[in-house]
Design a protein around this ligand. Structure first.
Ligand SMILES: *[C@@H]1O[C@H](CO)[C@@H](O)[C@H](O)[C@H]1NC(C)=O
Ligand SMILES: *[C@@H]1O[C@H](CO)[C@@H](O)[C@H](O)[C@H]1NC(C)=O
Ligand SMILES: *[C@@H]1O[C@H](CO)[C@@H](O)[C@H](O)[C@H]1NC(C)=O
Ligand SMILES: [Cu+2]
Length: 350
């Protein structure tokens, strides 16, 4: 439903003029980074990843983005600022693909991380998120929230406080990472829902399929900070969840590369009347978290000056749609991110 509240308040009245962005470097992709499921990583690989994330948290902000006090929060800001033009639109999957890449690059280039961005293979945990290894307090991201404020109380991020959110608002004092793990809501990350999406032929129907059940399964199954449609990258699990969604898109593309390396569509502007259905396209039920666990509606209104879509000739998402990374990495277009084995991204999924 938060996706609904966001779209309800989105109102675009103008099309901004395009100006050119430097294209991705023409360098070839050599050795691809191998993105693996979290549960297959060794304890050392898990620790290396988490330590690199803690390193991003320890690095000062450098881009001058409002309210971001460290590098991790700059990566959260580049999700928050354009949130209204990267959800419930055709750019949903491409935008998040580039965002995952920006995060992976920051870990590697700024924090000495040698691995690739891992993903949460959610179907193995669907319906039983509360037992997932991702919540391990020693080798994972800490457990469920407890107490009235639902703060996480163990694991490497228990001491971290984040001021970005709820929604577009700022918290002062900063808040803990909070979670409200819900096994029922996590059912939507199951294989049956993935299969529904994989059967779809065109992106125009594929993208909303992924944004419904699998997307909500992870955000709503973890709950709390992860359920915040604007500020959820304040919980490091965000990156494992969205990397899994990116893998779903790639798995689908790989079924018909000649067509699907170019298949992009969808609106550039979210439909203000969109109401997420409570069944997937195959009729499987999708359970939403309780309304009161979402951020307050008034925090989900995009502030004045929020970005507008750029780069397309009309109101439909095209390959020339621009993806603004706000200086964390260079901007790119959707064309640049269609192939994960291309020169810009250069990774593969195991
Ligand atoms: C989990 O979410 C479902 C669907 O919103 C809700 O009915 C149920 O009460 C929640 N469970 C817990 C333990 O909060
Ligand atoms: C997109 O633009 C066309 C032509 O101006 C218009 O007919 C159509 O209704 C628009 N679609 C949306 C979703 O705004
Ligand atoms: C990225 O795109 C934004 C929006 O078009 C633009 O303002 C910014 O200057 C671009 N950044 C770079 C480094 O080109
Ligand atoms: Cu998002």
């Amino acid at each position: 439903m938060h996706f609904l509240t966001v779209s309800l308040v989105v109102l675009w009245t103008s099309i901004v003029s395009a100006h050119s962005i430097p294209r991705a470097s023409a360098a070839k992709c050599g050795k691809k980074l191998q993105r693996k499921p979290w549960h297959t990583l060794s304890t050392k690989e898990k620790k290396d990843y988490i330590n690199a994330e803690l390193c991003l948290i320890s690095k000062p902000a450098r881009l001058g983005l409002p309210d971001a006090t460290n590098r991790f929060e700059e990566l959260q800001q580049i999700h928050r600022i354009p949130a209204s033009i990267s959800h419930n639109v055709g750019a949903f999957l491409p935008y998040h693909r580039l965002h995952m890449h920006a995060h992976e690059r920051a870990l590697r280039e700024e924090c000495g991380y040698k691995g690739a961005q891992p993903y949460w293979d959610e179907p193995r945990d669907a319906g039983k998120f509360s037992k997932s290894v991702v919540f391990d307090p020693v080798t994972g991201f800490g457990g469920d929230g407890t107490g009235p404020d639902r703060c996480i109380t163990n694991g490497p991020f228990a001491q971290y406080k984040n001021g970005l959110g709820p929604g577009y608002s700022i918290s002062n004092p900063k808040r803990c990472i909070h979670r409200v793990v819900n096994d029922t809501v996590s059912l939507a990350s199951g294989q049956a829902y993935v299969n529904t999406c994989m059967k779809i032929k065109y992106y125009i129907d594929f993208w909303p399929c992924v944004e419904l059940a699998p997307h909500i399964g992870g955000h709503g199954g973890v709950g709390g900070k992860m359920l915040d449609p604007i500020s959820s990258p304040g919980d490091p699990l965000f990156y494992l969840h969205h990397t899994w969604l990116d893998k779903l898109w790639w798995d689908w593309q790989a079924c018909d590369l000649p067509a699907r390396l170019r298949d992009i569509s969808g609106p550039n502007v979210a439909d203000p009347l969109f109401v997420p259905p409570n069944v997937d396209p195959a009729g499987l039920p999708v359970f939403f978290p309780a309304l009161e666990t979402f951020p307050p509606v008034d925090t989900l209104i995009p502030p004045p000056g929020s970005p507008l879509p750029e780069g397309d000739p009309g109101n439909v998402t095209t390959l020339s749609h621009k993806l603004n990374m706000f200086g964390v990495i260079p901007n790119a277009t959707i064309r640049d991110v269609m192939d994960i084995g291309g020169p810009l991204l250069c990774y593969e999924y195991l």
